[in-house]
Write a protein that binds this ligand. Structure first.
Ligand SMILES: NC(=O)c1ccc[n+]([C@@H]2O[C@H](COP(=O)([O-])OP(=O)(O)OC[C@H]3O[C@@H](n4cnc5c(N)ncnc54)[C@H](O)[C@@H]3O)[C@@H](O)[C@H]2O)c1
Length: 277
């Protein structure tokens, strides 16, 4: 359907696995002209990019994969420059790279070095990649979409989606670094949206509850009792599959999303609506 058309060029961070991989794959399935898989796990993104060719729906589909560390402006600038040389423009940026608090320890025993590490990836990393991509988006021609009655809707110059969390709104014991980083990422999303709206660039946040990814599997090892808690607290009694998040990232980037800007979109099957004990 043309109002879900996403046939531009997508760059995804954290695309080695989990939600980033699901979003990158959803772009390929939805008709993207190119999907660029980036992560610090280079072997995995190369394999993921290769695999995406088998289900991409655009007959001219192209893909690439790069090592890119979102905490390092030089690493990001180098990759973004290569993407522009190779693909000409960037229509969608998904900031999915993220790390969890290493050890769940309450304040004041929490580790301050770990705080800096988590903030560097989950919050500052969004700003570093967004700055680099906005410099590309602001110079490119806006795109349009022709509706069924022949009228034209502007699509703007690009869309950025930041993957934050329901922990952008709530807290969990022992995770001060992660929770602060995710709250701050919502403030950053709103601030970026205000700064670049006049350039025709939209910036939104997707805020998932628990998702079946490597990060969640590590969390389960730290607090196994969370399995029973999830069954009670999530009204439909289960975690999300990564595709259930990734497909909505793509929907936000599509023509259907043109009036959504600066918004935190909660995708949690109702987890945050209730204390369902
Ligand atoms: N899994 C969940 O339950 C859940 C819930 C809500 C939000 N999130 C958020 O979703 C995003 C994706 O997480 P996920 O669950 O897919 O976890 P994941 O661990 O599977 O994916 C995160 C990816 O980020 C990459 N990464 C880490 N540091 C990086 C860096 N400096 N530069 C580039 N890449 C880096 C990792 O290599 C990894 O591939 C994260 O921001 C996470 O906080 C996850």
């Amino acid at each position: 359907m043309s109002f879900f058309r996403t046939d531009g060029v997508a760059v995804v961070t954290g695309a080695a696995g989990g939600i980033g991989l699901a979003a990158a794959n959803a772009f390929a399935e939805a008709g993207a002209a190119a999907v660029i898989f980036t992560d610090i796990q280079e072997d995995k993104v190369k394999a993921n990019a290769e695999e995406s060719k088998s289900f991409a729906s655009n007959s001219d589909y192209k893909t690439a994969a790069y090592y890119m560390d979102v905490t390092d402006p030089k690493s990001v600038d180098d990759v973004i420059a290569r993407v522009v040389t190779e693909f000409g423009r960037i229509d969608y940026l998904v900031n999915s790279a993220g790390v969890d608090t290493e050890r769940y320890v309450p304040v004041p025993e929490n580790d301050m070095e770990d705080y800096d590490r988590v903030m560097a990836v989950n919050t500052k990393g969004i700003l570093i990649t967004s700055r680099a991509v906005i410099k590309v988006m602001e110079k490119q021609e806006p795109r349009t979409f022709t509706k069924r009655n022949g009228t034209i809707r502007g699509l703007g110059r690009g869309v950025i989606v930041n993957v934050t969390s329901v922990l952008s709104f709530a807290a969990q014991p022992g995770k001060v670094a992660y929770i602060t980083s995710k709250h701050a990422a919502i403030g950053m999303t709103k601030s970026l949206a205000m700064d670049v709206a006049s350039k025709g660039i939209r910036v939104n946040a997707i805020c998932p509850g628990w998702v079946n990814t490597p990060m969640h599997h590590t969390e389960l090892q730290k607090i196994p009792q969370i399995i029973e808690f999830i069954k009670r607290a999530v009204p439909i009694g289960r975690v999300a599959e990564p595709e259930e998040i990734g497909e909505n990232v793509v929907a936000l980037c599509s023509p259907a999303g043109t009036y959504i800007n600066g918004a935190p979109i909660i995708i949690d099957a109702g987890l945050t609506l209730t204390v369902n004990l």
